[in-house]
Design a protein around this ligand. Structure first.
Ligand SMILES: Nc1ncnc2c1ncn2[C@@H]1O[C@H](COP(=O)(O)OP(=O)(O)OP(=O)(O)O)[C@@H](O)[C@H]1O
Ligand SMILES: [Mg+2]
Length: 431
């Protein structure tokens, strides 16, 4: 394969896509991407060398099935394939890149992908301009540096000059993780954690709230990413979340639910918003070979979000990862589950059944079969057991919320659990 320097101005130089093999952890060229600016489309093709090695992992099991001779066309994200968009920054990382490179507000997704660097990308993909994988790894700051790291994140978010120039440089070189809030990765022994500090503009201690809620999900028996909370000396409150796309130094393939659902997020059309749905995601999980347990788990997370009032449950807040041991895609642990601190939401972002997003027992049970339940009674049993378990688990771990948030959470859980419980079921009412 030659590095074709195309003479046509509308087709840019190709970008090679690298994958860290799920089995041997070796980096290989998995494909080649090219953008056609005239058509505002992107073209992706699996590398012949990848096929020659006998490798067949799809980097996105829905949009980019492994088909050797096919040129896959992308139209979303200005022609960037969904899974490459997943490996790119969202608003926080995009801000870092605009500050670093003095970029305009309308910078293309492909440019954010290139500029974000491979040092600490989400998932197991990387990109580069050479047909040989060349992936620099940037060591994450150690946990002992948490204080300094948080100070630097806050300084950036408040547009203050660097407190620690070296850390700022590191943060600017590793902006690829998604999301809107300031974040960074720290290393604790051989585990990697996503660090999210509370901000002075927050009306409640969101880090404490996120930590408690993630711990509540775990205590209730759901598969939530593990977290720790730190109250730092300077008064900052910080949550760190165990990264599910890392196993030691090894990177794990990850794909967002937005990609699996074939929708652009942030939504740009009505179709994007309508396509964002839990039962549809359950069907995609089934289609890509995830076990039935994952479908029930997703149903459980939908109910959990309803109970705690997490209405930031958008399709970039769900993901799948490739499990090399089981050799199949699995629903990733739940992350970014944070109750709305301002008001008790009546709607979730994702549909709970066809055409409905309301936090309502009937709406959540209607599409039970799409979540893999054999009967409505099975789904009801699962739901009622979980509702009780969330209540009892809250009583066990409520201290983790601190006195103010404990009262807030207790009220929230009581209100919504009552609304969702069998005895108060109402005929499909609307808001
Ligand atoms: N535990 C984790 N392991 C691996 N990746 C994660 C983890 N938690 C979050 N991410 C990735 O980082 C992104 C941002 O994280 P998160 O959603 O927690 O941040 P946020 O800024 O609060 O997001 P939002 O914009 O949704 O409010 C996620 O969309 C996901 O891709
Ligand atoms: Mg998020």
């Amino acid at each position: 394969m030659s590095t074709t320097m195309t003479t046509s101005s509308r087709v840019r130089r190709p970008l090679y896509v690298y994958l860290q093999r799920p089995d041997t952890a070796e980096w290989v060229v998995v494909g080649r991407y090219q953008r056609d600016s005239e058509r505002r489309a992107g073209l992706y093709r699996y590398a012949p060398s990848y096929a020659e090695l006998g490798l067949t992992w799809a980097i996105d099991p829905v949009n980019l099935p492994f088909l050797e001779a096919i040129e896959h066309i992308a139209h979303r994200y200005d022609g960037l394939h969904d899974v490459l968009r997943d490996a790119s920054p969202d608003s926080w990382g995009q801000l870092l890149l605009r500050l670093k490179h003095d970029l305009p507000q309308d910078t293309l997704p492909i440019d954010y992908l290139r500029l974000a660097g491979n040092g600490d990308r989400w998932g197991a993909l990387a990109v580069g301009s050479t047909p040989k994988p060349n992936v620099a790894h940037l060591a994450s700051p150690k946990l002992q540096k948490l204080d300094d790291l948080v100070q630097e994140l806050l300084a950036i978010s408040e547009r203050r000059p660097a407190v620690n120039a070296q850390l700022r440089k590191h943060l600017f070189a590793t902006p690829s993780l998604g999301g809107a809030r300031p974040k960074a990765t720290v290393q604790d022994d051989d585990t990697f954690w996503l660090v999210k500090p509370g901000l002075s503009t927050d009306t409640v201690d969101l880090a404490l709230l996120e930590n408690g809620t993630q711990q509540l999900g775990r205590a209730a028996g759901l598969r939530f990413a593990d977290t720790r909370h730190h109250a730092l000396v300077g008064g900052a409150s910080v949550v760190r979340v165990l990264r599910f796309d890392r196993n030691g130094q090894k990177r794990i393939m990850a794909v967002s639910a937005a990609s699996l659902l074939q929708i652009q997020y942030p939504f740009t059309t009505d179709a994007d918003s309508k396509g964002s749905s839990y039962p549809r995601l359950a069907e995609e999980l089934r289609r890509i070979g995830a076990p039935k347990d994952d479908l029930a788990e997703l149903f459980g997370r939908m109910i959990f979000n309803a109970v705690v009032g997490n209405d930031d449950d958008h399709p970039r807040n769900h993901a799948v990862i490739f499990d090399a041991t089981e050799n199949r895609w699995r629903l990733a642990p739940a992350f970014d589950v944070v109750p709305n601190p301002e008001e008790t939401p009546k709607l979730l972002v994702m549909q709970v059944s066809t055409g409905r997003r309301d936090i309502d027992r009937e709406a959540m049970l209607t599409d039970y079969a799409r979540f893999g339940f054999k009967s409505r009674i099975d789904a009801e049993q699962y739901m009622d057991t979980l509702l009780k378990k969330i209540q009892s688990s809250f009583n066990e771990i409520k201290d983790m919320f601190g006195p103010d948030l404990e009262v807030f959470m207790s009220d929230r859980i009581n209100t919504t659990s009552q609304r969702l419980a069998a005895s108060t079921v109402q005929s499909a009412h609307h808001l």
